[in-house]
Design a protein around this ligand. Structure first.
Ligand SMILES: Nc1ncnc2c1ncn2[C@@H]1O[C@H](COP(=O)(O)OP(=O)(O)OP(=O)(O)O)[C@@H](O)[C@H]1O
Length: 236
C-alpha cells in the first residue's frame, strides 16, 4: 500500500470495505501501529511510535479478526473483558471500582451478563465474539479499531452492534471497522473503499460516488436498493 493519507476523526464511524485481499486488515494493522510503515502515523500532532506503550494502549482499543477460539484457556468471559482494563491498572493488575464498572457496562452492552462466569471455551462462537467486543468497549479508549467485528453475530446482535458504534461515535469516539456486511457499512458516517491496496474512495457513505466506488471494487456485482434509512448494498 502506498500514497495513503487518511484521517480518523473524533465522533465519526468509518467503515473499511473492499473485496477479499484488498488490504483492509493490512490497513487497520498499520493504523494501529502493528505493522512497520513508512510515512507518519500521528495522534493529533504527536507521533504514535513515540508515545509510551501504556498511553498507546489507553488511546486505542483493538479487536482483531477471529482472535480467540477459547481452546486451551480457562479464562472466563468477565476475565477476558477485564483484560481491556490492563492499560488502566497498576503493575499488580488490581481491579479498581472503575475497572469493575467498565467491565459490567461492557458486558451489559453486548448482553453477556448472564454468562459472565463461563469459560470462553464453553461459549458459542458468536457469544465469544461478543465477549471480545466487550473487551474492546471496556478499554473506554477514544479510538476503536475493529477488524470484522460482526463475525458469527446473528442479525439482531449485528443491529445492536450498529447502535453501539453509533453511540460510541456520539460520545466523541472515533470508530474504524473493517466490514464485509455492506448493508451495515453503508450506515457508517464515512467509507474507505479499498481495492488492490489502494483507497479508491474516502467520503460520506451515502454519496453516489461511494456506490460507484463500491461497484468498481466489487466488479459491478452489487445491487443498491433504498429504504427509509438510505441506500443498501446487496449481491447482484
Ligand atoms: N503476512 C503477509 N505476508 C504476505 N502477504 C500478505 C500477508 N498478509 C496479507 N498479505 C496479502 O496482502 C493482501 C491484503 O491482505 P489483507 O489481509 O489486508 O486483505 P483484506 O482486504 O483484509 O482481505 P479479506 O477480506 O480476505 O480479509 C492480500 O493479497 C494478502 O494475500
Amino acid at each position: 500500500m502506498r500514497d495513503l493519507r487518511l484521517t480518523l476523526r473524533p465522533g465519526e464511524w468509518v467503515a473499511v470495505v473492499g473485496p477479499n485481499g484488498a488490504g483492509k486488515s493490512t490497513l487497520l494493522r498499520a493504523l494501529a501501529g502493528l505493522l512497520p510503515t513508512g510515512g507518519a502515523l500521528r495522534v493529533g500532532d504527536q507521533a504514535w511510535a513515540l508515545l509510551p506503550r501504556r498511553q498507546r494502549a489507553q488511546a486505542l482499543a483493538w479487536l482483531g479478526p477471529a482472535e480467540l477460539d477459547g481452546t486451551g484457556t480457562e479464562l472466563r468471559a468477565e476475565e477476558a473483558v477485564m483484560l481491556g482494563r490492563l492499560p488502566h491498572q497498576g503493575w499488580m493488575g488490581l481491579a479498581s471500582a472503575a475497572d469493575r464498572a467498565a467491565v459490567d457496562a461492557a458486558l451489559a452492552a453486548v448482553e453477556a451478563l448472564p454468562w459472565r462466569h463461563r469459560p470462553l471455551h464453553s461459549l458459542s462462537a458468536g457469544e465469544r465474539q461478543r465477549v471480545l467486543l466487550a473487551r474492546a468497549l471496556a478499554v473506554q479508549a477514544p479510538r476503536l479499531l475493529l477488524d470484522e467485528p460482526l463475525t458469527h453475530l446473528d442479525s439482531p446482535h449485528q443491529a445492536d452492534w450498529l447502535r453501539l458504534m453509533r453511540a460510541q461515535a456520539d460520545q466523541g469516539r472515533a470508530v474504524c471497522s473493517v466490514l464485509h456486511e455492506l448493508h451495515l457499512a453503508l450506515r457508517a458516517d464515512r467509507l474507505w473503499v479499498l481495492h488492490d491496496g489502494q483507497v479508491r474512495y474516502d467520503g460520506p457513505a451515502q454519496q453516489p460516488a461511494a456506490r460507484e466506488a463500491l461497484q468498481a471494487a466489487f466488479g459491478q456485482r452489487l445491487r443498491f436498493v433504498q429504504d427509509e434509512d438510505g441506500w443498501l448494498a446487496l449481491p447482484a
